[in-house]
Ligand binder design. Structure first.
Ligand SMILES: Cc1ncc(COP(=O)(O)O)c(C=O)c1O
Ligand SMILES: N[C@@H](CCOP(=O)(O)O)C(=O)O
Length: 463
């Protein structure tokens, strides 16, 4: 499998090059040159595989350069840190299925991809005498998962930008209590969109990117998306096995469009089986407006109780746009350049119809989110984190006779203030989270200014 850019100006590259490239040099996002379609035989063979076996099979379709045994070892090592033997178990809770993605070291779905990516970096760097500087932006969960994925690994320094005071206290502690000298937490006085824009601009400075071997851990990096495809298959097989049903819907709480883009690829790879994806947003509803009315126009970011989804400019949207435009890279490139100036894209009736064949969508406000946590807990005894609650509310809205699988993207203990408020009482936190409160922290507060961040990197990057 080779990889290309959504903007069409990059010669095809290998998977390993893709992992280190992050953003394509033409400013586009990197995608596989084709989406593999699973055969009936493959589906039959995959349906009883364990999570680890399935992950290997999915990766194998996209990664040709890593020998079989090495890839298997990488998969095994990456998921050995999870607290659940199934890695991502699916439970029937009330009227829906909950796909628990939070059993990794930082209690969020990001660990599924970032444990793998951390090990992949280590494996690849051992083969070449090379050092990398990871630069990423987080609205709360990617940062911690990335730091935990690479901490203690040699030849890697990591710089994570997060919006100062706009992530939950537990999310902040998870990042800032890691004191290793190669870990740099930069608290930016702005929104996540500001952080992501600075990261992308620095990646677009090609001599700077080359000089410091800048590497991406955000879902800009296709390896992230790849690892997230696996749990859609895993959940589908578990549900079809237990219910005999052959068609399901997934509800996905969405911010940067990475998780749901992995779902879109899984849907395409499957051919049939995933009827539609429910795109659930909080009040930062640009993606819901896109699906429902073809209106992709940026508004001011609203801070909410599901802060990891307080995003307006969704990075992976460009990947979907490429497919919506019939894999027309020139048109995608033109649209994205226009969007950079106007902050707005409008779609035709026909395009909206096509989008709605992939997605159904609704935005869930904060009152509804709190009410959903409260009601779900009262009815089932199950605690939802606020992001998962957004997905569950949207999932219940579009629930029909098909199983509705709601992605539980974070553990409620990452947002104890919000969850306690919703249910009217406290609840016990895992020991790993409780103990963070007493630990010293390390972070730098910086202006939302690209040159300030560049200066910081120039001082602390490893070369
Ligand atoms: C807990 C949680 N849920 C949902 C999301 C949204 O996922 P994505 O950005 O891939 O759309 C995020 C952030 O990525 C998150 O941290
Ligand atoms: N919600 C994310 C935002 C970054 O998304 P990514 O998937 O591109 O890394 C976060 O928690 O940081």
């Amino acid at each position: 499998m080779k990889y290309i850019s959504t903007r069409g100006e990059m010669p095809p590259i290998s998977f390993i090059e893709t992992v280190f490239e992050g953003l394509a040099p033409d400013g586009g996002l990197i995608i596989p040159e084709r989406i593999p379609l699973l055969s009936k035989e493959e589906k039959e063979r995959w349906k009883n595989l364990s999570y680890l076996e399935l992950a290997y099979e999915v990766f194998r379709l996209f990664v040709s350069e890593i020998p079989e045994e090495d890839l298997k070892d990488l998969v095994k090592k990456s998921y050995s840190t999870f607290h659940h033997p199934e890695v991502t178990p699916v439970l029937k809770v009330g009227k829906v299925y909950i796909l628990e993605l939070f059993h990794g070291p930082t209690f969020a779905f990001k660990d599924v991809a970032l444990q793998f990516l951390g090990n992949l970096f280590e494996y690849l760097l051992k083969k070449e005498d090379r050092k990398i500087n990871i630069l990423g932006a987080t609205s709360g969960d990617t940062g911690a998962a990335a730091i935990y994925g690479v901490k203690g690994k040699s030849n890697i320094a990591i710089f994570i930008l997060h919006p100062h005071k706009r992530v939950s206290p537990v999310q902040a502690l998870m990042m800032t209590t890691v004191l290793d000298p190669n870990v740099h937490n930069l608290a930016i006085l702005g929104s996540f969109d500001d952080c992501q824009a600075i990261v992308k601009e620095l990646f677009m400075d090609l001599p700077f990117k080359k000089k410091y071997n800048l590497t991406a851990i955000n879902s800009i990096n296709f390896a992230r998306i790849l690892a997230q495809i696996v749990y859609y298959f895993y959940a589908y097989f578990r549900i079809s096995e237990s219910t005999g049903v052959e068609e399901v819907r997934f509800s996905v709480p969405t911010g940067n469009f990475g998780d749901i883009f992995a779902g879109f690829l899984a849907k395409r790879m499957f051919g049939e089986g995933i009827e539609r994806l429910i795109l659930a947003t909080n009040e930062n509803d640009i993606l819901s407006r896109f699906v429902n009315y073809g209106d992709y126009s940026v508004r001011e970011v609203i801070p909410t109780i599901s802060p990891a989804m307080d995003i307006q400019i969704a990075s992976n949207f460009e990947r979907y746009l490429y497919y919506l435009y019939g894999e027309d890279a020139q048109r995608t490139s033109f649209a994205m350049q226009k969007f950079a100036h106007t902050k707005k894209l409008i779609f035709s009736e026909e395009e909206i119809k096509r989008v709605q064949r992939d997605f159904l969508s609704r935005s869930v406000n904060q009152e509804e989110t709190l009410q959903t946590i409260k009601d779900f807990y009262a009815e089932t005894g199950y605690l939802l984190d606020p992001h998962t609650a957004v997905g569950v509310k949207a999932g219940l809205t579009f629930k029909d006779e098909r199983p509705m699988i709601c992605l539980a993207t974070a553990h409620p203990a990452k947002f104890p203030e919000v969850v306690s408020k919703a249910i009217g009482k406290g609840f016990s936190l895992p020991e790993e989270i409780e103990r963070l409160k007493a630990q010293p922290q390390k972070f730098e507060v910086l202006e939302k200014d690209r040159e300030t961040v560049r200066g910081y990197l120039e001082r602390f990057a490893i070369t």
